[in-house]
Design a protein around this ligand. Structure first.
Ligand code: HEM
Length: 529
């Protein structure tokens, strides 16, 4: 009877070792899931700064200039190789990790290869009539095909070899004419690039008569300055580009006026040439294709009768080809030469190679370039350490994706960081040192300027990768080789060292490189050009 009054006995729990280990495993799994889901579940965006309601990080965008330095500083402070910044309703995703960059451009290439709609691109491409600046779609496909099969194909490259060779000779003549004095290397390299691409497209390098010493006339100066101004403002984080109502219509940062003026200063030289040439073909006074403009005009559509490209498409594509050709080669060679003047042993090794491969009795020719591994390594090192642009052209995702475990919403702007990849300390030993040797292989195999692993971003990869790799490589290596082979490069008299400082607002050398150039080759060889 007492039993009923006694307190109920505590139930006995048998904790067997099997149960204990099951419980622990469960707990561990739950913790792992919790941690993982915070960092990398398909539902979380990459890490990033706290965003304000609606405007996201637009206030910081306005305050923290230049934008690319703000972004890179944030990534460094957070130790993040992928970031998500919300600008208005757009997720901007900068990346400095080679592995993640490859995941975007290989595994997710079809999803992540459109381009943004924004005012600067719209103005430059005349309403998306071109290739590089045009969002995915039939027009991009058509133009990309034209470039690949008719404009930048290997056969076309050979067809244009003589024009490129003439401009390489003109470069030598121009520098020789400075009589051993101080050369502004930026002027020389930018105008070489302008001359080569103008020659290939229009069959001439001057819009006017040029200068007595072979340098640019006022027309070419205006043309090249216009191109570099357009490049500076293209995709340059304009606030209105991230606000749906304003996108492509209004410009709040005051870029629009400069952009329109710069485009006009370039097209006022180019467009009349296009109209005149179309007239010549129509009149029958022009009968033979001699340059890329002729090729563009004479392309036929599927039925083989009518022109494939309208005059506006030709004009827009020509502007884009000009833009694509001038900046990377000139900047890489200017930086490489600046670094090499400060490290004379690199300069010496390159000239020894040139003297061995080419000798001193003739100028470097394109057929020599495959044998100039060290010169190519210098150019490659410059692309790695001193890319001209902080970011690759933006890639826009056309549907949701999961990359590196993060959720990347449709419409994101993926920005692969060129200095972030090229100077990533996980990928490169002593990343800030200019050391061309790092690109030489023990087996002596050919150095190339591309990198499929994106440990540096020179030409990029995938369906949006550069369409002009052969031309871009040839122009850059030829420019470097001719400068090193043809002249000795020394500090100006009052200078102890080249100041290898980047500009604050971009990645150019802060001050244009000035150096003394004395002819290295037989004077008669120079005079014969
Ligand atoms: C050393 C010189 C050059 C470098 C480093 C370079 C680099 C690049 C890069 C990084 C891109 C963007 C790739 C991407 O979106 O992932 C690109 C695209 C492009 N490049 Fe180049 N480029 C060079 C020279 C040229 C030249 C000489 C041309 C033609 C005249 C050219 C034509 C193009 C075109 C048409 C695209 C756009 C491809 C597309 O969006 O479908 N490039 N280039």
């Amino acid at each position: 009877s007492n039993n009923s009054m006694s307190s109920p006995e505590m139930p006995r729990i048998d904790i067997s070792p099997a149960f204990l280990s099951f419980g622990l495993t469960f707990l561990l799994a739950a913790m792992t899931f919790f941690l993982f889901s915070r960092k990398g579940s398909p539902h979380s965006l990459p890490p990033g700064p706290k965003a304000w309601p609606i405007v996201g990080n637009l206030p910081e965008l306005l305050l923290k200039k230049p934008t690319f330095r703000w972004i890179h500083k944030m990534m460094e402070d957070m130790g993040a190789e992928i970031l998500c910044i919300r600008l208005g309703n757009v997720h901007v995703i900068p990346v400095t990790s080679p592995e993640i960059a490859v995941e975007f451009l290989k595994k997710h290439d079809t999803v992540c290869s459109s381009r943004p709609v924004c005012l600067s691109a719209e103005l430059t491409s005349r309403g998306y009539l071109t290739t590089a600046l045009t969002p995915l779609g039939d027009h991009w496909k058509k133009m990309r095909r034209v470039l690949a099969s008719d404009i930048l194909s290997p056969e076309r490259h050979r067809w244009l070899a003589r024009k490129r060779a003439e401009e390489a000779d003109h470069l030598m003549r121009y520098i020789f004419n400075q009589n051993g004095g101080v050369v502004n290397v930026r002027v020389a390299t930018q105008h070489y690039c302008g001359n080569v691409i103008r020659k290939m497209i229009f069959g001439k390098r001057f819009f006017g008569v040029g200068r007595e010493d072979g340098g640019p006339g006022v027309e070419e100066e205006e043309h090249v300055n216009g191109l570099f101004t357009i490049l500076r403002f293209l995709y340059s984080f304009c606030v209105s580009d991230y606000v749906p109502l304003l996108r492509g219509r209004v410009d709040l940062d005051g870029h629009e006026g400069i952009m329109r003026w710069a485009i006009e200063s370039v097209t006022k030289y180019q467009d009349p040439e296009v109209d005149e040439r179309i007239r010549q073909w129509n009149e029958g006074t022009k009968m033979e294709q001699e340059d890329l403009l002729d090729v563009l005009i004479m392309l036929k559509d599927k039925d083989g009768n009518s022109p494939l490209l309208a005059p506006d498409e030709i004009k827009a594509q020509i502007l884009e080809l000009m833009l694509a050709a001038v900046d990377n080669p000139s900047n890489a060679v200017e930086w490489a030469l600046a670094e090499m003047i400060n490290q004379p042993e690199t300069l010496q090794r390159a000239t020894e190679e040139l003297d061995r491969v080419v000798g001193k009795h003739r100028m470097v020719q394109e057929s020599d370039l495959p044998n100039l591994n060290y010169v190519k390594a210098c150019v490659r090192e410059s692309f790695r350490l001193h890319p001209i642009a902080p970011f690759n052209l933006p890639h826009v995702s056309v549907s949701d994706a999961t990359v590196a475990g993060y959720f990347i919403p449709k419409g994101s702007h993926v920005l692969l960081s060129r200095p972030g990849l090229g100077r990533n300390p996980r990928a490169w030993a002593e990343p800030l040192r200019f050391r061309p040797e790092r690109h030489l292989r023990e087996d002596g195999s050919a150095v190339v300027l591309t990198d499929p692993d994106l440990r540096m971003l020179s030409f990029s990869i995938g369906r949006r990768g550069c369409a002009g790799v052969t031309l871009g490589s040839t122009m850059t290596v030829m420019l470097m080789a001719r400068l090193l082979h043809g002249f000795t490069w020394e500090l100006p008299y009052d200078v102890l060292k080249i100041e290898l400082k980047e500009s604050d607002g971009d990645l150019f050398l802060a001050k244009p490189l000035l150096a003394l150039a004395r002819p290295r080759l037989d004077e008669n060889l120079h005079l014969s050009l």
